[in-house]
Design a protein around this ligand. Sequence first.
Ligand code: SF4
Length: 221
Amino acid sequence: MTTISTSKTVVVTTTDPDPNCPLCPRLAEFRAQSRAREPDWFNAPVLPFGDPGGKLLIVGLAPGLKGANRTGRPFTGDYAGDLLYATLLEYGFAKGTYQARPDDGLRLVDCRIGNAVRCVPPQNKPLPVEINTCRQFLIATIAAMPKLRAIVALGRIAHESTLKALGLRSAAAPFAHGAVHKAGTLRLYDSYHCSRYNTNTGVLTPKMFRDVFAKVRKDLG
Ligand code: SF4
């Protein structure tokens, strides 16, 4: 486990974005195109899901076009959600039955899920400037969780944006699947993203993913 110095102060400037947030022009344009093409989809910045009083925050990359961008709930409606929610149910961080719909009644327990970038990016690839711009909302999400003790970062971009949101240097805590970084009272757990691409190519197996959450569960008790 790496231990990171936490001396830097992070200033929280805002809370949740407006549904028409204009701060990333490319993503706002992509959102407008999706609204025109699919008027019944959610098509707006996706807000975090779960308990702000929880001890665990999961940080993904960005909404999937036909997943959270369609349904309005993080990781809901695409393959990444199938693996994530099954794993959360297995380790007691969720209750109910995941049915890939925001009205399926699934409840997170002691846990919240958000993304490093709140709007769907073309090809699932946000630009560095978009990640930097949207970080203010990740900072706000973290600041609104007074009991937070653990963050699981899904993928390198989520890992690096979370470190910056915490005011930490990424060189002090390099991303590696299964790594745990200690930052003051917080632990940051790294996992490869649970995307279909990563599981299809064997980069991430369901067991590798479960092992990360088994560790979190053990540490949180
Ligand atoms: S990604 Fe974040 S900052 Fe950029 S437009 Fe969406 S909500 Fe606003």
